[in-house]
Write a protein that binds this ligand. Structure first.
Ligand code: PLP
Length: 396
């Protein structure tokens, strides 16, 4: 007798994408990168620093690999790197952590945020995110069924709009996410602004999740302020940062989170589930960098990138665009009203065709309908390539 296959009448198709899959979108940045590669253009779309890796970092990683440090590490990283991160947070910000219980080496800041959100947030919770935003922040939250609530920064100058921030708080709000210096705006949150954010967090008993990956990319003598240093904030702040940018190792996947010991074990648990650990020999390389690179390495980094920023701003102005001058990070948002195209994506494609320079549509960083007259340019490039991009842009 043939067996009967039972069908339930009201059943949903099982061979299907998750309900989340259709709402997460393809990164516009990656799309421009693909298009740019196809036509052999200069890619100022993606935040890929192809500047050299510091020799000490590279050498220590290679040596670690040769010496056999190639196996799993503790899920929150090797002791040497956790200790080096503690030293760094103390030296740079006067922030003290316990290397054993309050530091997690993560597979990039990206993994740090993912593990943080898994550990602290529930589906349906809301997190306040400033707009323009970094797409990974919004999409990481969405992928965990957490709702990012966008709080627009005020023009001109991407200022904190305190009324907008206050009125965005609801009973579902659990955290504020601050990226300083920020991608894409280049905004550095001032002490006064951070005090306001901190006050709101204390008042509503919220977490503050920071992304400080551009902490050393600060210009015109600006100082990075680590929000966890503000009064009453250490216990509720999850500090996330990493070495992708500082040491030009975006492909290595080494970042970290520092937080109060109450939160860290759960964060490490979720990091373990997704990544097991950050790459072992590369953790050694980064530890050597933290231990051995002098303070002048970091000040030189900001001076070098400030010079790149000047070049790029001048070229964009020569091309008839209106760049806003970033205080930090390594992106420039420029108004491009004069470029043909109804949307920012069309304008970016026009620019790529006309000059062979790829930028990202501003709309990638805003809610639908905003950012359509903006393009974002990344200036984390070797000088020769940046010079070539600038001379192409000037001919526009
Ligand atoms: N956070 C911000 C704001 C970024 O712009 C980027 C990269 O562009 C990252 C995090 C990625 O960091 P990581 O490579 O450490 O995951």
């Amino acid at each position: 007798m043939p067996r009967t296959i039972m069908h339930t009448t009201a059943s949903k198709p099982r061979l299907a994408l998750s309900t989340l899959a259709p709402v997460t979108f393809q990164s516009e940045i990656r799309a421009m990168t693909v298009e740019c590669d196809r036509m052999g253009g200069i890619n100022l779309a993606q935040g890929v620093c192809d500047t050299p890796v510091p020799a000490v970092v590279e050498a220590a990683a290679a040596q670690a690999m040769r010496e056999g440090q190639n196996i799993y590490t503790r899920c929150d990283g090797i002791a040497r790197l956790r200790e080096a991160i503690v030293q760094k947070q103390g030296r740079d910000y006067g922030l003290m952590y316990d290397a054993e219980r309050e530091v997690m080496v993560a597979s990039g800041a990206t993994a740090g945020l993912h593990a943080t959100a898994m550990a602290l947030l529930n589906p349906g919770d809301e997190v306040l995110v400033f707009e323009p935003f970094y797409g990974y922040h919004v999409n990481t939250l969405k992928s965990l069924r957490v709702n990012p609530v966008l709080v627009a920064l005020a023009e001109p100058g991407f200022r904190l709009d305190l009324d907008a921030l206050r009125s965005a708080v609801t009973p579902q709000t659990r955290a504020v996410l601050v990226n300083t210096p920020a991608n894409p705006s280049g905004k550095i949150f001032s002490l006064a602004e951070l005090e306001e954010v901190a006050e709101l967090c204390r008042q509503h008993d919220l977490f503050l999740i920071t992304d400080e990956i551009y902490e050393y990319f600060v210009y015109d003598g600006a100082q990075h302020i680590c929000p966890a240093t503000l009064e009453g904030m250490r216990e509720r702040t999850i500090v996330i940062s990493g070495f992708s940018k500082t040491y030009s190792i975006t492909g290595w996947r080494i970042g970290y989170a520092t937080a109060d010991a109450r939160w860290m074990p759960a964060m490490a648990h979720f990091h373990d589930l997704t990544y097991v650990c950050a790459p072992a020999p590369l953790q050694v390389g980064v530890a050597a960098g933290l231990e051995q690179l002098p303070p002048s390495f970091y000040s030189q980094l900001s001076a070098e990138y400030q010079a790149k920023r000047e070049k790029m701003v001048a070229a964009l102005q020569n091309a008839g665009m209106e760049p806003s001058i970033p205080a930090g990070a390594y992106y420039i948002m420029a108004r491009v009203d004069h470029l043909p195209g109804k949307t920012a994506a069309e304008k970016a494609r026009h620019l790529l065709k006309a000059t062979g320079v790829a930028a990202v549509a501003g709309s990638a960083f805003f809610r639908p309908g905003r950012g359509e007259n903006l393009l974002r340019f990344c200036f984390a490039k070797l000088d020769e390539e940046l010079d070539e991009a600038c001379s192409r842009l000037r001919k526009l």
